[in-house]
Design a protein around this ligand. Structure first.
Ligand SMILES: [Zn+2]
Ligand SMILES: [Zn+2]
Length: 295
């Protein structure tokens, strides 16, 4: 299932010295590397002329898909290479010719005394090419705005709020420049039973007073769909946490644990037999939990 992404040009300056990851189609995990504030520069360390804009999109995924990894897609509306001319800007069966003004170099040299300057060619706007027969779909720009779908492969254990960078999946470059990157921000749906605590998972399991008092083997759900059995010793207090090793969040450093908090429940309705049994328990009590309070 793809999440709809509202994508737009994203004004990231190309000036920063960020480490560039190359991952092709695979999302590389930049995690929380980027703080929201502070204007940290993302992306390539050099600003490339004609490079397409970086885009941003949100991707909504389920809790379990975030744990086990998933290949999905994100839909967005953005500039994309024109289908009809494959981004060339020329009408079918025609091609661009080198600019006569700058001999296809895109720049013109200007001599001023001892110095020589280069300035972009006005005629071809720095592209070095002239299009006599522009593509009708894109008016020769090579770019059209349309909905498109980008495949995203998420590794196991991704987190809510994490940003995945898809290199070269942003807006197409202009005049032969490279495409920008697509930053996919993950929005992970909460789970009704499990809660994430870094690499661990937490689940709350109700137990009866009798199980807490006498001890019991209790079945606990896992995110794999099976159940594990934990042994609760006698005199277990409500809220005690048991650890099931290796059933937490998968990740590069191995799996975290499943933390099971037991919660002693009070029955909301009693059969006549249960009522008699509990009254018998009350009457048999030799001490009160309030003895320590001295009242
Ligand atoms: Zn030119
Ligand atoms: Zn076109």
């Amino acid at each position: 299932m793809g999440g709809m992404g509202g994508a737009g040009p994203f004004g990231r300056g190309g000036g920063g010295g960020g480490a560039g990851f190359d991952a092709g189609d695979i999302g590389d995990l930049l995690g929380n590397l980027f703080g929201r504030g502070g204007g940290q520069a993302r992306g390539p360390s050099q600003s490339t002329f004609g490079r397409g804009a970086d885009l941003e999109a949100d991707l909504h995924i389920s809790f379990l898909d975030a744990l086990r990894g998933v290949t999905t897609s994100v839909s967005l509306v953005s500039d994309a290479p024109c289908i009809d001319c494959q981004g060339a800007g020329t009408a079918p069966g025609t091609s661009a010719r080198p600019c006569s003004e700058c001999s296809g170099r895109g720049v013109l040299d200007e001599n001023q005394g001892f110095f020589s300057f280069s300035r972009p060619c006005q005629r071809c706007q720095g592209s070095g090419r002239l299009i006599d027969h522009p593509c009708l779909s894109c008016s020769g720009s090579g770019v059209t705005r349309r909905p498109r779908t980008v495949k995203v492969r998420l590794p196991e254990g991704v987190k809510d709020g994490q940003t995945i960078r898809l290199k070269g999946k942003g807006a197409p470059g202009r005049q032969g420049g490279p495409a920008g990157d697509l930053y996919v921000r993950l929005d992970v749906e909460p789970h009704p039973l499990f809660r994430r605590e870094e690499q661990h998972l937490r689940v709350t399991v109700p137990i009866t007073f009798a199980e807490a008092a006498l001890g019991a083997d209790v079945r606990v759900p896992t995110t794999e769909g099976d159940a594990v059995t934990i042994r609760i010793p006698e005199a277990t207090r409500s809220g005690r946490v048991f650890r099931v090793r290796g059933r937490g969040v998968p990740g590069p450093q191995g799996r975290g644990d499943l933390l099971v908090a037991v919660e002693v429940t009070v029955p909301t309705s009693l059969s006549a037999q249960e009522r008699r049994a509990i009254e018998a328990l009350r009457d048999a009590a030799t001490s009160s939990p309030r003895d320590a309070l001295g009242v």
